[in-house]
Ligand binder design. Structure first.
Ligand SMILES: *Cc1c(COP(=O)(O)O)cnc(C)c1O
Length: 477
């Protein structure tokens, strides 16, 4: 492709993106395709000779776009958001065009030095003390893996990487049943093993960890010759927004010499608003904290920030310096690849810089405050309807609810059918969760472009579809 053609198609792609974003409200939120429907339109083998760009672009529009679930749709209320503010998309165009590998300081000093600055901007924005420094990781899963590796190495006297785990006492890590599956996978990948991930009981309105039970579990393990290493509390769990008391967890963990990694992947963005910071009180004492600007804040995926109090521990665990990765003649520089599991790194700081400068913290706070109040208002409106029940109360902008099944209809089957009917309708998109065995519908407001009217539409759609479902399913089956 010559540079004139590159320019033409880049401009076409940018124009397409703008039209796409502007037209989202007219599209069904969740893809309305059956499994295999898209694959049936894709050639089984790669072409031997090149094809015209016109054909490729046309197929993209005709075949693939209809099979997309529109994560930037203003009425996306499923999962957690993966917001890509328009300004962060522009930054990503530039990053793609430059396509630098930002693994070492010298492989792009701007990327490293901007990363140090914007991570510190975010530290200040979240109200964390300057004892924290941090790094941009690709995802919270990777940040948590890095934290678990640090817990493991620290507990093993930094010998795990050399000796492996078989030569040592079993490393033990503690969390509740509210944590994200990324914790389980970090435990698998680090070799700690799921049998050594201790599920401490939780309870109360926030499903918080019982810290007396935590202390007892640590002591029991030590007495049994095991090696307690770290605790992973969460702030805003994925299912219903479970939230541990960080101050209480840290007190127990640090008294026992354990490392604390806080998973606030979703809820961390809300901490730019000072009024929400009581939810993670004590976080300033944690050893490591992860939050995803690529969720609520609006930095295009992928962009996860891990704050750490002792970067030396991270570097001691992960750094490896063959000659070809050494930077000679510069002292005190940071090579961020030594702070993370992958070597290669994209220039992720640029979109944060664009996002924070364009919107300002106040613009982002307003968005988050709106989402929280709209969601809480929706929960109140649904609660006031006789056939609806709010089962878990809003945690920030996340709550779960259920609709009473008609007499004689199985509740779980009814709830399942309601979710399917809502998502097949296409005007909004919701997902489900299971709490104490019960299937529930999850709602979160967090889309960057959502308005109060979009939340009103959600109310209308939910009520309309719930009440239009058949009163019995016998015949429909
Ligand atoms: C989304 C989420 C994760 C995983 O984030 P990735 O960046 O996709 O790895 C982990 N923990 C919580 C609480 C989350 O909400």
């Amino acid at each position: 492709m010559d540079w004139e053609e590159f320019r033409r198609w880049s401009e076409k792609a940018a124009g397409w993106g703008a039209d796409y974003r502007a037209s989202l409200r007219d599209r069904p939120v969740r893809a309305q395709t059956a499994p295999g429907e898209i694959a049936a339109h894709i050639a089984d083998s790669p072409p031997e000779s090149g094809e015209p760009m016109e054909d490729i672009f046309e197929d993209f529009e005709d075949i693939l776009v209809p099979g997309m679930t529109h994560w930037q749709h203003p009425r996306f209320f499923a999962y957690f958001p993966a917001n890509a503010a328009p300004v962060s998309v522009i930054a990503e165009y530039l990053v793609s065009a430059i396509a630098a590998q930002c693994m070492l300081w010298q492989t792009s000093p701007s990327a490293t030095e901007l990363e140090t600055k914007v991570v510190d901007w975010l530290r200040q924005a979240l109200g964390l003390p300057d004892s924290f420094t941090g790094v941009v990781q690709d995802s919270a899963s990777t940040a948590t893996l890095a934290a678990v590796l640090v817990m493991r190495e620290r507990a093993l006297g930094w010998r795990g990487n050399s000796q492996g785990l078989a030569a040592n006492k079993a490393v033990r890590i503690y969390c509740t049943d509210q944590v994200h599956t990324s914790i389980d996978r970090a435990i698998w990948i680090s070799g700690v093993g799921s049998e050594n991930l201790v599920r401490v009981p939780s309870g109360g309105p926030n499903s918080a960890m019982d810290t007396q039970a935590l202390a007892a579990a640590i002591e029991r393990d030590r007495a049994a010759g095991l090696l307690p290493a770290g605790v992973i509390p969460c702030v805003g769990g994925t299912s219903i927004g479970g939230c541990d008391d960080i101050a209480a967890v840290v007190e127990v963990a640090h008294a026992q010499g354990l490392y604390v990694h806080v998973d606030a992947a979703w809820a961390g963005s809300a901490m730019i608003c000072p009024e929400f910071r009581t939810l993670w009180q004590g976080v300033e004492q944690a050893d490591s904290v992860v939050f995803n600007p690529h969720k609520w804040l609006g930095a295009q995926f992928d962009c996860s920030v891990q704050f750490v109090r002792e970067p030396e521990a991270l570097v001691r665990t992960l750094a490896i310096q063959p000659e070809y990765l050494r930077t000679h003649g510069h002292d005190g520089i940071i090579n961020y690849s030594e702070w993370s599991v992958p070597l290669g790194r994209r220039f992720r700081a640029l979109k944060l810089w664009f996002l924070l400068r364009y919107h300002g913290l106040e613009g982002l706070r307003t968005m988050i405050r709106n989402h929280v109040s709209w969601s809480q208002n929706l929960a109140k409106r649904l609660a006031a309807e006789p056939d609806f029940e709010i089962v878990t109360q809003p945690f920030l902008s996340l709550f779960s609810f259920d609709h009473k099944a008609p007499v004689g209809v199985d509740q779980e089957e009814h709830t399942q059918r309601l979710i399917a009917a809502i998502n097949n309708d296409g005007r909004i998109y919701l997902t489900q969760t299971r709490v104490e065995g019960r299937l529930l519908i999850r709602f979160q407001a967090g889309q960057f472009e959502a308005t109060a009217e979009d939340i009103d539409t959600a109310f209308d759609v939910i009520v309309e579809i719930a009440r239009s479902l058949p009163q019995s399913y016998g015949a429909a089956l």
